[in-house]
Design a protein around this ligand. Structure first.
Ligand SMILES: *Cc1c(COP(=O)(O)O)cnc(C)c1O
Length: 216
């Protein structure tokens, strides 16, 4: 199957309340254009400068999501156009996003990445630190925190994946009760998006299932 068919299949197969982010990292502008022509207008990248080049080259009605780890000194390269930053996990990063969003007279939407995986990972905020971060970031008028993001352990064990996603869903529900603006729950990739949707995800980030394997 080609990129167009795979894009259409996915759009038709995920529930209508779930937003599909097509993860196009390492893929060419031409490949992204094929998915765009099939009706996909939301794309995710994990390298800021690569995303900026693609933003320049492709139609301007594309919504660009930054899904990877964000280095503070690179926020400026995406602050003009990025629609959603998934991987926010520190006050320091929020402060820089605030600074760059203000400069560009924009309000930038962000998700807080929560560490849910059992495996060792450097990225993501421990769940018990979420409330403090939300409280501290209230002073940032050009940043809007609109939800949570998480990645499950890379494993074949479906029960473990589901239990990690359910943990994030519970945290999301608790937060959403107090803060109705928190409405996005970004979880699920090519290998586990079906489980994620069953566990309450409303945004999936899918790369290889659309574009094929990546050559780094
Ligand atoms: C690469 C990536 C994805 C997509 O992965 P696939 O397995 O190709 O679907 C999703 N989320 C993040 C954060 C990624 O870095």
């Amino acid at each position: 199957m080609n990129i167009k068919t795979k894009t259409k299949d996915l759009i038709n197969n995920i529930p209508s309340n779930v937003t599909l982010v097509a993860v196009s990292k390492t893929k060419s502008v031409e490949e992204i254009a094929l998915s765009y022509e099939a009706g996909q207008h939301v794309f995710g990248e994990n390298k800021i400068q690569e995303m900026a080049l693609k933003w320049e080259a492709l139609p301007k009605d594309i919504s660009w999501h930054m899904i990877g780890h964000v280095q503070t000194n690179k926020v400026k390269y995406m602050s003009r156009f990025v629609d959603l930053i998934h991987g926010v996990d520190s006050y320091k990063l929020l402060k820089e996003i605030q600074k760059q969003a203000y400069k560009n007279d924009r309000i930038i939407s962000c998700l807080v990445q929560i560490r849910i995986a059992e495996e060792e990972t450097k990225f993501g905020l421990p769940p018990d630190q979420l409330n403090t971060l939300l409280e501290d970031s209230k002073i940032f008028k050009n940043v809007k925190i609109v939800g949570l993001m998480g990645m499950a352990t890379f494993t074949e064990d479906k029960d473990q994946i589901a239990s990690e996603f359910k943990l994030l869903k519970r945290l999301f529900d608790k937060t959403n009760e107090k803060l109705p603006d928190m409405k996005i729950l970004s979880m699920g990739m090519s290998g586990d998006y079906k489980i994620a949707i069953e566990c309450g995800s409303n945004m999936v980030r899918i790369g290889s299932k659309i574009f094929g394997v990546r050559n780094y």
